[in-house]
Each structure stands twice: as C-alpha cells, then as structure tokens.
Design a protein around this ligand. Sequence first.
Ligand code: BGC
Length: 424
Amino acid sequence: MSFPKGFLIGASTAAHQVEGNNIHSDYWAQEHMTNTSFNEPSGIACDHYNRYEEDIRLMAAAGLNAYRFSIEWARIEPQPGVYDKNEIAHYRKVLECCRANGVEPIVTLLHFTSPKWLIEQGGWENEATVGRFAAYCKYVIEQLGDLMHYVCTINEANMGLQIAAIARRYTMLMQQHQSAEGKVQVGINLENPMLERMKKQAMENVQVFGTPQPQVFVGQRTENGDLLVMRAHRAAVEAIKSVRPELSVGITLSLHDIQAQPGGEAEAEREWNEEFLHYLPYIEHDDFFGVQNYTRTRMGKDGSLPAPAGAETTQMGYEYYPEALGHVIRKVHAVLPIPLMVTENGIATDDDSRRIAFIRTALDGVQACIDDGIPVLGYCHWSLMDNFEWQKGFSMRFGLIAVDRETMEREPKESLYFLGSITK
Ligand code: BGC
C-alpha cells in the first residue's frame, strides 16, 4: 500500500468511552439507574483523562499520525451557561500533546453524550438545543481552535433514525409475542421482560430526567428531531467559522454498505435515502465528510436480511465484511464530491489477526478509491484502545491497544504496529 503524502492514518476514540468519570453527562445518569439497560457503568473507563499522554505516545511510536477524539460537552458546560476553564485547560494539554508527538488531532464536538441538563430541558427534540450546541461549539473554538485543523461537529448524526427503525420492529415483535398468549387454552406467561423493564425505566426517567422519554442523542428520533440535528450541525458550522474560518469542518454519519438482493432494490433505495441521501442539503457545502462504516446490510424485498449462512461474524454479531468501506466511499463520492475522511472503521474481536486482515482489506479498498481519483484525506481506525462500548459495557474489544481492567495497563496489539507501518 502506498498512500499519498500527507494521508492521515490514525485511530479514534470518544470521550465518554475512554476518559472516565463523565459525571455531568446523561449517560452517567442512565448507567446508574436501578432499571438501567447498561451491562455495567463506565466508571473510570480507560482512565484516558489521566493517561492521554501515554496513549498518544504509544500511537505515535507505532507510526500513527492522526488521533480523532471528542471533547465532552458535559465537562465544558456542566451547568447551562457555566463553562469550566479547568476542562478547557485539560483539552488544551491533550491537543498540545498531539502536536508535540506529530499527531494531527481530529476533534469531534459531540460524540453521543450530552450534559444531563440538556436532556432535562428537552434534549435532541427541543429546538433550543440548536442554539445551545452552537454556543458550546463557538466557546470551544474560541478557547482551543488555535490548535485544531479538522473538526467534526456531530458523530453519527443519523443514529437516531436508525434506532427508531429498530425500535419499531422490536415493539411489533414484542406485541406479537404478548398477543400470542390468548391463543392457547392453557395458563402460560409470555410476559416480556424487555417490555416490563421499559415501563419501569419510564417511571424512573421521570425522577432522573423529569420526563418518561428523555430525548438523549442515541435514542429514537422523530423526523423533526432528525432535521433538528442537521440544523444544529449547520448552526455549529456557522459559529465555528465565525471564529476561525480557516478550520476544516464536517459531520460524520454511520453508513452501511447497502446491497440489494434480487427483489430488494426498492428497499435498498429507501434505506440509502433514509441513512444518507436526505442529509445532502445540510452537508454538501461542508469542508469534508466523515465516513463511518463497519459492515454491509443486504436488503431483500421485506427489508434487511441476516448475514449469509456460514459467514464470519464479529463480537457485535454483524458480518465481517471489510470490503464494505471501499463500496461506501464510492457511493458517497458519487453524490457528495467533497473530500472524505474515514473517521471510523473497525472490528470487535479477540483475534487480533482478524483485525489485521480487516484493516488490510479495508485499506486496499480505500487505496483503490484514491487511485480512481476520489479525494480521501485519511483513515481513522475504531478504536485506539479497548473501551466502553455503551450499553454493552467493556465486553467488546475494538482496540488496537488492550487495557487491563484491573491495573489500567496498556498493551499494544500487533494491529497497532501493522496500522502504523502503513505511514512508513
Ligand atoms: C460509534 C462508536 C462505537 C462504534 C462501535 C460507532 O457507532 O461512533 O462510539 O463505539 O461505532 O460500535
């Protein structure tokens, strides 16, 4: 593989998943509820808040030249309108550490977690969130923009619609399950533990967030909420540019390689429109676009199909299919001819040789895109280290570096050196 000079090869993390003690965030509150859906709380996560220097050094020593990480809104603005200078000082040190190690920082301003107060005030369905998010972004850029070049406003802004679709399918299945009870002449209990938990959660949500359905970022989004997120992106871009017009600003989306199977053409088209195309008016004038891809989705006439029989799957349960990345880049470029950056791509596995194989195939795909003239700026692997995979806790291993959960000791995997060798 030989990438153009200046091509970025790096790794990604998100504040809540690695830093630890994100106590003012909505996630922290959810993790500590009695009826929580989280397997375990994030706790000190990977203690990256204190160990960022070691982590950045390991990355640089292996040859990586970019680090995509997120700044935590809940730390910067723990109460509405109250900014914490100490946290600004912290992120300044992280940015300086990147620069000192020859690593280009790629900064995300919102990666799933929000301040708890934002959710208490209506969260990601409340129009006021647009202005609040832009104000936070402006403040961060005023304070730290001098050390930045690439900025992602919002991570996977399309997540809410994907979750809404999954939730609709689930609710239907659960309801079918319950109505089956009346169909047999015997006293069986088909009560659904998931539905029960949802009811209890709703009651506890009222105590914790003041509403039964808190509108967190990774939640079921309405169509209006979906576009509200896009308006928040546009407002953030304007706010950032008003301070530092020279910064390169974009957004990232979670994109599957959607493949129509015979008869599934219309479904595939509908899905691609929902997942990507309808956002174009909000992103086509951005400086770059962040592609995040992990696998493919095959579509039949009634919707998505399971992985083909016998296909290798990852710890996340979806298909091992690294070819997806190149396919997605091509599909995106066909309608969005601006510079692209792979801001996430990765695999959860305990078998690091599969991670190396995954990276190799994925990067072959990227290289072929570049050879065909598609402007790809860089590739950031998810993730720099094994970390807190949201509701699944620490059970998923996406990292290029292993983290001992007892001692927090770091152990680089072969895949870190493999990825780093590409820049050499
Ligand atoms: C998210 C990450 C997550 C990763 C692996 C992406 O959807 O941006 O936060 O850990 O996928 O599931």
